[in-house]
Design a protein around this ligand. Structure first.
Ligand SMILES: C[S@@+](CC[C@H](N)C(=O)[O-])C[C@H]1O[C@@H](n2cnc3c(N)ncnc32)[C@H](O)[C@@H]1O
Length: 214
């Protein structure tokens, strides 16, 4: 694990995991809902969720894939995963598996590929986001779908707000470089995937980008 990854892991091992849902549950929910509604997710799909954290994406995904679908959530923070486990137990969700792993090193050991790969609010805090993205990509079958939702640098006159959005995301590991990496990640998606669409929200500082694997 790199020095930066260790720092991120420490952030999520501390107070952040305890209060995460309280501060994050509602803020991004409607944009996430729009992204999952815009996706191809359907009943019975197998979905790989990188940086699943406390599982805030799970209800959105479950609404689409139903009881016949399956979610595999991956995160390297045991504290965040413990919160996800509590949620899964309370809600009696039976089709979710959690894996504690670093997504920059993650290789799917199962022979069946996933229909959809998801990562929200994860890639922008990972310096080796390209490795993480390609690991997600390699786990998704052809004609499958990748859904990324994250913070990014706004451009034009809205760029004046970047210092504020970076400041707000700092306690979750957000940085200027990370928000800039999101722009590069979307360019990669536009080049390598088909039917790519991007939507921007919150003064263009949050986006989702969806595309199909070839
Ligand atoms: C801001 S939270 C996002 C959680 C969830 N996707 C959401 O939208 O609420 C970022 C998560 O990424 C995880 N994470 C960061 N770097 C990671 C890595 N290299 N491998 C696995 N998980 C990582 C953290 O542990 C944390 O749970």
């Amino acid at each position: 694990m790199t020095f930066e990854s260790k720092k991120i892991e420490e952030i999520y091992a501390g107070k952040v995991a305890k209060k995460y849902d309280l501060s994050m549950q509602h803020f991004f929910a409607r944009w996430k809902k729009l992204a999952f509604n815009d996706s191809s997710l359907k009943s019975g799909d197998r979905v790989l969720v990188f940086c699943c954290g406390t599982g805030l994406d799970f209800p959105h995904i479950l609404r689409k894939i139903g009881k016949d679908g399956e979610i595999v959530g991956v995160d390297f923070s045991s504290e965040m995963l413990n919160k996800a486990k509590d949620k899964i137990r309370k809600k009696k969700w039976e089709n979710i598996e959690l894996i504690e792993a670093d997504i920059t090193k993650f290789r799917d050991k199962l022979d069946k590929k996933f229909d959809v790969g998801v990562c929200t609010l994860g890639m922008s805090i990972i310096p080796e986001y390209k490795s993480a993205y390609y690991n997600l990509f390699s786990c998704v079958k052809k004609q499958g779908e990748i859904i990324i939702g994250d913070m990014q640098l706004a451009s034009g006159w809205l760029a004046r707000l970047n210092p504020l959005t970076i400041f707000l995301s700092k306690r979750y590991g957000g940085t200027y470089e990370g928000h800039q990496n999101s722009i590069e990640l979307c360019s990669m998606m536009k080049k390598e995937l088909t039917e790519v669409r991007k939507s921007e929200f919150f003064f263009k500082s949050y986006f989702y980008c969806i595309g199909k694997t070839k």
